[in-house]
Design a binder for this molecule. Structure first.
Ligand SMILES: *[C@@H]1O[C@H](CO)[C@@H](O)[C@H](O)[C@H]1NC(C)=O
Ligand SMILES: *[C@@H]1O[C@H](CO)[C@@H](O)[C@H](O)[C@H]1NC(C)=O
Ligand SMILES: *[C@@H]1O[C@H](CO)[C@@H](O)[C@H](O)[C@H]1NC(C)=O
Ligand SMILES: *[C@@H]1O[C@H](CO)[C@@H](O)[C@H](O)[C@H]1NC(C)=O
Ligand SMILES: *[C@@H]1O[C@H](CO)[C@@H](O)[C@H](O)[C@H]1NC(C)=O
Length: 242
């Protein structure tokens, strides 16, 4: 090897002594944790001096380890619960992913044997949560009276649909009313209303299904109408109350 090639060899060798490897992309879900994995690969033992995590498009650091202390932005932390400078797993954990968290993230690591920077990207999707159901009146409903049942869900990325079925699987959707609203976080809430006319004890269990804008089911719930306990005419008669 000539002097020049020897020098080049060492230059490349030194430059690549420490390598930061991140997975290319992640798909996060609104409201849940997202783990952005990055690991320091070194040929020999190294000690980490600094770690920074930031969004490529934004300046503020989300996480910084510097001079043996960590500065964290709320909602961001090292994925390793008791991370220290000998731990090569510098993955970032987003504790509650928001829609606005989508983007490209940059991690920079400096060690006693070299530095490296790598990026990874996060996309965020949102889903409707399991619907909650309620009725008016709530309880002690007399047979042959009307009952209005609600089926509500939030968190969808687009307006969705709510389908209704009774216990035999009959589709009552054509008799229901759906209201969709956009919520503060840019997501959607759905509230569907179904009035059961002349409720009877033979049909008390109703199911609603939440579908996203692509028609995929994202949540299902069932509700049992709380009818008043039945007292037959003959029993009233026997008790002398008729
Ligand atoms: C790396 O460092 C640790 C702790 O100082 C030591 O136990 C281990 O043997 C070292 N490994 C290598 C490959 O040098
Ligand atoms: C890094 O740490 C996270 C959190 O503990 C863990 O889920 C992940 O598997 C680790 N990655 C590697 C390559 O060990
Ligand atoms: C569902 O939404 C309706 C209309 O906004 C409301 O009256 C009802 O109380 C809600 N039910 C539940 C279980 O959240
Ligand atoms: C239920 O009824 C709605 C509205 O009539 C319809 O669009 C939907 O396809 C039906 N779903 C099933 C599973 O039959
Ligand atoms: C109501 O119907 C649903 C769907 O058929 C079923 O999963 C659920 O167990 C029923 N609930 C009750 C209390 O019977």
């Amino acid at each position: 090897m000539s002097l020049a090639t020897t020098f080049l060899f060492f230059a490349i060798h030194l430059a690549s002594f420490v390598k930061l490897e991140c997975n290319e992309e992640y798909h996060g879900v609104y409201g849940q944790q997202s783990l952005l994995q990055c690991n320091v690969k070194a040929v020999e033992n190294v000690t980490i001096l600094t770690v920074t995590w930031k969004r490529v498009e934004a300046d503020p650091l989300l996480l910084e380890f510097h001079k043996d202390t960590s500065n964290l932005t709320p909602g961001f932390k090292f994925a390793e619960p008791s991370w220290n400078k000998d731990n090569m797993n510098v993955s970032l954990l987003l504790t509650k992913t928001k829609m606005a968290d989508k983007g490209v993230y940059e991690c920079m690591v400096t060690t006693d044997r070299g530095d490296d920077t790598a990026t990874t990207s996060l996309s965020v999707t949102a889903k409707y949560i399991t619907p909650t159901m309620s009725s008016i009146p709530e309880t002690n409903i007399k047979e042959n009276t009307d009952v209005t049942i609600f089926c509500n869900s939030t968190g969808g990325q687009q307006t969705g649909l709510i389908w209704w079925f009774d216990q035999d699987g009959y589709n009552w959707t054509h008799r229901t009313e759906l209201v969709a609203k956009e919520t503060d976080d840019g997501l959607f809430s759905l509230s569907s209303k179904f009035t059961v006319q002349k409720a009877t004890s033979s049909y008390t269990n109703y199911t609603c299904k939440v579908l996203n804008s692509n028609g995929a089911e994202e949540g299902v719930a069932s509700f049992v109408i709380q009818l008043a306990p039945q007292v037959s005419g003959t029993l009233w008669g026997k008790l002398g109350l008729w």
